[in-house]
Ligand binder design. Structure first.
Ligand SMILES: *Cc1c(COP(=O)(O)O)cnc(C)c1O
Length: 456
């Protein structure tokens, strides 16, 4: 088989800044060892997130010029609405400035005290918005998803037995909807199978509970289904995506992922009454119903991006380039979540730095070392991001300590990825030298964005 190549030519380039190791030692110190506080000009390869970091296509840029900036009834809105409706089948298409705005509105409508929202795994902003409404966010991932080294095809799945038990225990009347995150971001970017989505829907139907997809990476998920799930090899990714949406009653989406844009999102659903309430909230916080916090040109770029994302040459390259980094690291003995997910490689920090206890944030130690050694920026997904405090003030750690190397879409080439693999291997070779951190300042919610650290 021949090398799988980037299915695009580069029309416009952006220089990246080189720094020395001495400079980076100082930069880290000044940023209180939090990568979110580093000036992006001081980052060589930015793997902090795949969100809003995509390179847009020539067609998207030309669509931006063509965007209709009318306050109400913009032509670009109708293209946006038409594209999403034909893909998802949902009646109500509500634009928002990003995914979390869709979540905020959705959970303002359906959440609140005494309510429970199950999900295969909540993304951090989803959990925050559920909790902010007063409701309780419950993660019910398949047991396979909790074992980083285990290779399985659909580690993003929902645990159906746990879901049934949970519904019986919490009471269906207290569960306004169930979410399903595709792919399962916090669970390692792992896909969810169509049979799991279908079975989740069937189970929920018994109790009259609607299913909403957190659809940020629906196309990457659909591609994995095509490659891995029996019976889907001959179907197009678009057909698979349509089938995924056909089992849902609505979705939230950050267009900053699989719509290949730098800003945008939407909330979509079939429930007329919820949609009416959502649009009222939209007008208060985001804008009129045909732009919802976005410019007409953004709506145009999203509509175009949603058609490009389903290109199977693109998805083949996309999934392969992530897998390629995973293969290089695995061959070098670096512990990662197996198999590689769709948008990122997740280092298993517990296995990488077993000498650092969870309350000393092993993931953060690796994040800082990758920046110091090679100017690579990435993020901890472990006790920093999801840690909470018990009544005794002791840290309660999540199950996994991960470090996410997220790959922006259409941005970096194979040699950038080769460089990343080299830096990770160097840090791994010197792993015994890694030291933990303590938090010296933190916010009550989503603390990883602003927390300040000191090395131990
Ligand atoms: C990014 C993301 C969100 C939130 O979207 P934003 O556009 O960042 O607000 C929600 N869920 C998942 C799974 C995500 O990856």
């Amino acid at each position: 088989m021949k090398t799988i190549i980037e299915p695009f030519k580069i029309k416009s380039v952006e220089p990246i800044n080189f720094t020395t190791r001495e400079q980076r030692v100082r930069i880290l110190q000044e940023a209180f060892y939090n990568p979110f506080l580093i000036h992006a000009d001081n980052v060589l390869i930015d793997l902090l997130t795949d969100s809003g970091t995509s390179a847009m296509s020539a067609k998207q840029w030309s669509g931006m010029m063509d965007g209709d900036e009318s306050y109400a009834g913009s032509r670009s809105y109708f293209r946006f609405e038409q594209t999403i409706r034909s893909l998802t089948g949902f009646n109500h298409i509500i634009p928002t400035h990003q995914g979390r705005a869709a979540e905020k509105i959705l959970f303002s409508v359906v959440g609140g005290q005494g309510k429970f929202i199950p999900n295969n795994t909540h993304f951090d902003t989803t959990r925050a918005n559920v909790e902010f409404s007063g409701a309780v966010a419950v993660d019910l991932p398949t047991p396979e998803g909790k074992q980083p080294a285990l290779r399985a095809d659909f580690k993003g799945n929902m645990d159906l037995d746990a879901l049934r038990k949970f519904i019986e225990q919490a009471g269906p009347a207290n569960i306004p909807l169930c979410m399903m995150t595709v792919t399962n971001n916090s669970g390692g970017g792992q896909p969810v199978s169509l049979s799991n989505i279908r079975a989740t829907k069937q189970l929920l139907q018994e109790y009259g509970i609607p299913l909403f997809l957190d659809a940020c990476r629906f196309a990457e998920n659909a591609f994995f289904i095509k490659k891995r799930e029996p019976g889907y090899a001959q179907k197009s990714v678009e057909e698979i995506a349509r089938e995924m949406f056909s089992y849902a009653d609505g979705c939230t989406m950050s267009a900053k992922k699989d719509a290949l844009v730098n800003m945008g999102g939407f909330l979509a659903m079939n429930n007329d009454e919820w949609a009416r309430q959502a649009r009222n909230l939209l007008i208060v916080t985001e804008g009129f119903t045909t732009y919802g916090g976005l410019a007409g040109r953004d709506l145009e770029a999203i509509a175009q991006g949603l058609t490009e994302i389903l290109d199977e040459h693109y998805l083949t390259y996309r999934i392969r380039s992530v897998e390629y980094l995973g293969e290089k690291l695995t061959n070098a003995g670096v512990p990662i979540v197996q198999p590689p997910g769709g948008h990122a490689i997740y280092l298993d920090a517990k296995a990488f730095a077993p000498h650092i206890p969870q309350h000393e944030y092993p993931g953060q130690a690796i994040v800082c070392a990758l920046y110091e050694k090679g100017g690579i920026r990435c993020v901890e997904i472990g006790s920093v991001m999801f840690g909470t405090y018990g009544p005794d003030g002791k840290l309660i750690s999540p199950m996994m300590e991960l470090v996410r190397l997220a790959i922006p879409r259409r941005v970096y080439t194979q040699s950038h990825i080769d460089y990343v693999a080299e830096v990770v291997q160097e840090v791994y070779a010197e792993r015994e030298r890694l030291r933990g951190f303590r938090i010296v300042e933190e916010a009550p919610m989503l603390r990883h964005f602003t927390a300040k650290f000191a090395p131990l």
